[in-house]
Design a protein around this ligand. Structure first.
Ligand code: AMP
Length: 310
């Protein structure tokens, strides 16, 4: 597996033809949100025309940082009316001020398109970022160039489709011990949305399983769900129960993907080939929560990276 990953580059993962949507940092936040919706995307790289360089990724993390801060420090409604009327560059400055430069730093990570998949997996597993832009330089002018953005999912789909044989793929999750099985952050249907958002930030996680009093998994609230609050500007929804907020999900919402400890990496790869999954919730035969296997856990496993214990 490792030699396979070292023989391929990030560039190999890119489709033959694709489109790339990049926002100028002078674009208004409101327009950027509309452009995300219109193009059916949830993030985009930013470009500074002034400096002629990449200026970070705009992701749901930006909106989560702001929502969390303004919820505790000011009127969210007012704050967002103000935020929507300023430019993306200014949004970054505000974020640096409120959450600190270190929290904003991961959005500035980038990678060379010719980096090996081994290095890409390692970087994504260590940094926990879900996507990374590929940056190159124009040979003649030396100007920075955004080639594409690769995601954890795209890399894993490439591996799942092209890596054919290995004994390790036939081992079960209980043998491989991939994922998190202790101190899982959960919520109930009645937990207010803002409390779940606080869990995302405090534990640096992208999903919280929603369970009943018997720990049976009912649903999963994801960071991506926060995007619909930011898009619609319905910040009052931060106080409503998460169960109610999830009712407003689009009809084509892909749903929750679960697996058991008996599932093999092979069967997980099969799911990844067929569906756009971001994580699998590990349950027992009664659908009770046991653990979470995030894509970063699988990428980390493939390159032998284990997250240091908190
Ligand atoms: P993710 O944000 O999904 O890429 O996950 C980052 C790390 O946090 C991985 O090691 C996951 O297994 C772990 N993780 C994800 N969701 C939770 C959760 N609700 N509680 C505890 N750990 C989690």
């Amino acid at each position: 597996m490792r030699s396979f990953l070292k023989q391929h580059t990030a560039y190999d993962v890119l489709p033959v033809s694709y489109r790339l949507i990049v926002f100028d940092t002078r674009l208004l936040v409101k327009k950027a949100l509309n452009a995300l919706v219109q193009n059916g995307i949830v993030s985009a790289p930013l470009w500074s025309s002034e400096k002629q360089q990449f200026a970070g990724m705009l992701t749901v993390a930006d909106f989560i940082n702001l929502i969390q801060y303004y919820y505790t420090h000011a009127s969210v409604d007012e704050a967002f009316r103000e935020i929507e009327s300023f430019e993306l560059a200014h949004l970054r400055n505000v974020e640096k001020h409120i959450v600190g430069a270190a929290a904003v730093a991961p959005q500035l990570t980038s990678m060379d398109p010719m980096a090996t998949l081994y290095d890409a997996c390692r970087m994504l597993a260590e940094s926990r970022v879900h996507r990374v832009p590929l940056l190159d330089r124009e040979p003649e002018t030396g100007t920075e160039m955004i080639v594409s953005v690769i995601t954890q999912y795209r890399i894993l789909k490439f591996i799942a489709s092209n890596f054919k044989y290995s004994k390790v793929l036939r081992q079960s999750l209980s043998e491989l011990k991939i994922g998190t099985y202790k101190n899982i952050a959960t919520a109930s249907m009645s937990t207010p949305v803002i409390q779940v958002i606080n869990m995302f930030v405090e534990q640096n996680i992208s999903a919280v399983p929603i369970v009943d009093s018997n720990n049976v998994v009912l649903n999963v609230y994801e960071t991506i769900d926060v995007m619909s609050i930011a898009r619609s500007g319905r910040y009052k929804e931060l106080d409503i129960p998460v169960g109610e907020a999830m009712e407003a999900r689009p009809k084509n919402y892909p749903g929750v993907h679960t697996c058991t400890l008996n599932d093999t990496l092979d069967s997980i790869f099969k799911t990844i080939r067929k569906k756009r999954v971001y994580r699998l919730i590990v349950v027992d035969q009664d659908n009770k929560l046991i653990g979470i296997v995030s894509l970063s856990n699988i990428l980390g496993f493939l390159v032998g990276y284990r997250r240091p214990k908190n």
